[in-house]
Design a protein. Structure first.
Length: 298
């Protein structure tokens, strides 16, 4: 991977990591599905009136919108609300790496190198180490919800690759049209009108800043960057980079909402970084050259 693209990947994972505790701040006063619906409504409007629709099948745009907004972020936010801490959520979501690599091999015939298997194994050991040292029990439902969101993220990665979309920012804006109404409907089914009646009083400065961060950094910038990388490189090359998210997620959770990071957890984070180094940086010369061929095959 070229240096400029590696820098972009690090910035994207930093934003996504920080987004977990930032989202938690918004969830203190707003229903998770309402908060997610507002996020995507603002991500789409008013830009959708000024940006041309991406030149791909609209079914890809709609499918990604539902998977990405409802299946991933709506579920993550609900999981955090029912008891999973932001730091833990940023770890469990990394299961998407292994789901995505599997999809890449199965659907796109991407060859997984031995270094990627070893890197993934080291990263999995690091993730298991962090999860096993957490204090307190989390609701099984919450954990299952985050795992479900990881599956959704991996499917979203496949949709991006399969669509061959080139207008990444336009794709992101138009896809954001689809999640709000289903998210608001789910909030109404679960709690009636209460989340909407209390919304105005819930929009304090913290909640507003949380929404702004989620819309313009975590959605517009981060997903543009991530999907651009998916367009340029094989899925199995891009996916492991997301293992940086829990590093930033745990660190920012400690700073922003006071989560404690133990020495064993720090050791596990180091193992994750080692896994990234083994899986990503010890490449054969043909790895990058294979990306254009994979892209042109879409």
């Amino acid at each position: 991977m070229q240096k400029k693209h590696l820098v972009l990947a690090i910035l994207v994972t930093l934003v996504w990591g920080v987004n977990f505790p930032i989202t938690k701040l918004g969830l203190r006063s707003i229903d998770p599905f309402v908060l997610t619906g507002i996020r995507f409504a603002l991500a789409a409007i008013p830009l959708v009136f000024f940006i041309k629709r991406p030149a791909i099948k609209f079914s890809y745009v709609a499918a990604y919108g539902f998977i990405f907004g409802l299946g991933m972020w709506g579920v993550i936010n609900y999981g955090i609300q029912v008891g999973v801490s932001p730091g833990i959520a940023s770890l469990i979501i990394q299961l998407s790496v292994f789901f995505t690599m599997g999809w890449g091999a199965l659907l796109f015939k991407e060859k997984l190198r031995g270094a990627q298997f070893l890197g993934a194994l080291l990263a999995l050991v690091g993730l298991a180490g962090i999860i096993s040292t957490q204090q307190g029990e989390h609701a099984i439902l919450g954990v299952l919800l985050i795992v479900l969101s990881a599956v959704a993220w991996s499917i979203g990665n496949v949709i991006i690759k399969k669509s061959g979309v080139k207008e990444i920012f336009s794709f992101m804006v138009w896809a954001s049209l689809f999640p709000p109404i289903p998210l608001f409907f789910i909030a109404w089914l679960m709690q009636g009108a209460a989340p909407f009646e209390n919304l105005q009083s819930s929009l304090d400065l913290t909640a507003v800043l949380s929404i702004i961060f989620q819309v313009y950094l975590a959605t517009h910038f981060a997903y543009w960057g991530w999907n651009s990388l998916l367009k340029l490189y094989p899925v199995s090359t891009v996916a492991p980079l997301s293992l940086l998210i829990p590093v930033f997620g745990i660190g920012s959770s400690m700073l922003i909402i006071g989560e404690h990071i133990s020495t064993p957890n720090l050791i596990s984070i180091a193992i994750i970084i080692l896994g990234l180094a083994v899986g990503l940086y010890r490449k054969s010369p043909g790895t990058i050259n294979a990306a254009p061929a994979a892209q042109s095959g879409q």
